[in-house]
Structures are given as C-alpha cells and as structure tokens.
Design a protein around this ligand. Structure first.
Ligand SMILES: [Zn+2]
Length: 322
C-alpha cells in the first residue's frame, strides 16, 4: 500500500469503531491529536479559516476563535521598496486589530519577528487571549505587560486540548535567505528590561509550527517560516497545510521534501507571499519576485503531488476544508 493509499485508508477507517482499531495498527505513528479528535460517535465541530495575510489566520471553531500569527497592523519598513529600515518603530493599529481579530481564546505564535508577533501583546492584553509560543515570544510578551498567566511557553511535542480543537506543537525552523541566514536572529531568555520599541528588538527566538485538529473536522498544519525539521513531521499527515513560499534556494528541495514529510496533504494553501506593508484589503498585492515565488511554489506542488488541491487565498475569505 503506498503512503497515499494508506492515508485514504486511515481517513476512512477512523469514521467507525472498527476502523479506529484498524487505524491503530497502521505502520506510521499517527498524530495523537488526530486520534484524540476522531473518536467514534464524537461531535463534529464546524470550523472556518480566514487568511489574515503573511502567515496569519483566524480560525473560528465551534464557539471559539483561534489566531495564528495575527499581523494586521502592517506598517511600512521599506521592505517592499527595497530600502529596509531595521529600526522601524513598532506600532499597533488597534482599529484594524479590533476589526479582524475577534475575541480569540488562543493565539499561536510561530516566532517573534514583527510580522508575526507585533499585534499579539495588544490582542492578549485587550481580550485576555492565551499566547502559545517559544520562551522568547513569552519573554517579549511579558515586556509588553502581558500577564504571566496568559502565557504558555512551548518547545514542540506538546499536544494541547482546547475543547473544540487540539493543538500539536511542532519544533520547526525559520526561513533562510540567499545568504543562508535570516534577519534578526537570536533569543530572549529572560524578560527584557524595557518594552521593545523597534522591529530589530524582536528577534526570531526559534520557530514553531502548529497542527490544529478540529474535533471531528480537518487537521490543518500552520507554518510561519519556509523551513522545517523533516523528522518532526512524521505521522502528522494533515488534511490541509498552510505553507510559506520561498524566494531562496538555500533550503534543499523545500517543497518536495515538505510535501512528502506531510504525506501529501489533500489541500495546500500558499502563504507569506503577499506584501504585508499595505492595508489588509483584497486583492492581495505582491511584487514581481513574490509572484514568481508563488508561481514556482504552485508548479512544484503540482509536480510532486498532482492529487493535492492548491488554494490561493484572498484575505478574510472563509474556507471550511470539509
Ligand atoms: Zn521571520
């Protein structure tokens, strides 16, 4: 049985009690989140997924809202114009955040760069949402006066039950640029003495990925950077994967290795190709280099996994993924 066939078999098998027993005998270790949320006869939770630009998502599952890397303030750093200013001041557009973020129960943060983390402290302090991220993300959040009891530092391997969905944390990697490096590397092992004021004061702080499995619904894999630890993805087999595109070839065989490690997801949604320095308004903008990266990404997915549906998202459009 090919890997792809086995996936289909597992998906069918987990629909019933006998199937659940069969699924337990599968040779690939199954995701604990998948097992926990596919109980026979369990309630099915309706879920919608809306792209917030960059690698940001709003997930409404049952009665609760979950955010991933929400960054809707989208201030200008000169990046799109090719004149990047590393000391660009941090600012929050509270009106835009209020309009798009809802009242989340949980915010998952892949890493602490400004285009993933900037809006998170404001969201946590204004809504009481729990922030799940690296130690660096949590230490930076403390410096923005987020209460300690709202912070959940994680490393990868945690399987967190939030009722309507289960979150499996995956230790991952940040993207590499053409120089095999990244902007603003580093960690914060303790709370900074003062509130960060510019984007260079938000270091990457290690990178996570998250698999969110909606109870009785799809399992969706979220990435915030275009690299990964291949061995950490074994058995996740998500239905849907939100994958950042890359314009660098520093990471070997990025798309083929990733799709194989994820057991060829049914749906792939390319993210982080849009210009995130302009207002969150459709249609998403992208410069020529980013459009080329997107086109190459889509072509690579089609070549490696012809059965995968590629969904190029618009902002804020609700997707359900069955
Ligand atoms: Zn980053």
């Amino acid at each position: 049985m090919s890997r792809f066939d086995r996936r289909g078999f597992l998906r069918t098998a987990t629909a019933g009690a006998a199937g659940a027993a069969l699924a337990g005998a599968a040779p690939t270790p199954a995701s604990p989140a998948r097992a926990a949320t596919a109980r026979p006869g369990g309630a099915r939770t309706a879920a919608t997924f809306r792209w917030l630009g960059t690698s940001g998502w709003r997930v409404d599952a049952g009665s609760s809202t979950l955010l991933v890397d929400p960054y809707v303030t989208r201030f200008d750093t000169g990046l799109a114009a090719g004149a990047f200013r590393p000391t660009t001041a941090l600012t929050v557009d509270a009106e835009a955040v209020g309009r798009h973020a809802g009242t989340p129960k949980v915010v998952l943060v892949t890493h602490a760069h400004w285009d993933h983390f900037n809006d998170v402290p404001h969201i946590a302090t204004s809504t009481g949402a729990r922030v799940v991220g690296t130690a660096t993300t949590c230490n930076l959040a403390l410096a923005f006066d987020v209460e300690k009891n709202l912070l959940s530092p994680v490393k990868g391997g945690e399987v967190l039950d939030f009722g309507d969905y289960v979150v499996e944390v995956v230790a991952s990697l940040h993207s590499r640029n053409a120089d095999y490096s990244m902007v603003f590397p580093g960690v914060r092992l303790t709370r900074p003495e003062r509130k960060p004021e510019n984007i260079s004061e938000l270091p990457e702080g290690d990178t996570l990925a998250f698999q969110v499995t909606v109870r009785g619904g799809p399992s969706v894999f979220f990435m915030g950077g275009s690299d990964f630890v291949e061995r950490n993805l074994t058995g996740l087999a998500p239905d849907v994967a939100m994958i950042p595109t890359t314009s660098s070839s520093s990471t070997y065989d990025y798309v083929p290795r990733l799709l194989r490690a994820l057991d060829m997801p049914r749906v792939v949604v390319p993210v982080h190709w849009d210009n995130f320095e302009v207002e969150l308004r459709n249609p998403p903008q992208a410069d020529e280099k980013s459009r080329k990266s997107l086109a190459e990404f889509v072509a690579a997915v089609r070549r490696v996994s012809p059965g995968t549906k590629v969904v190029i998202p618009d902002y804020l459009t609700p997707h359900t993924f069955g």
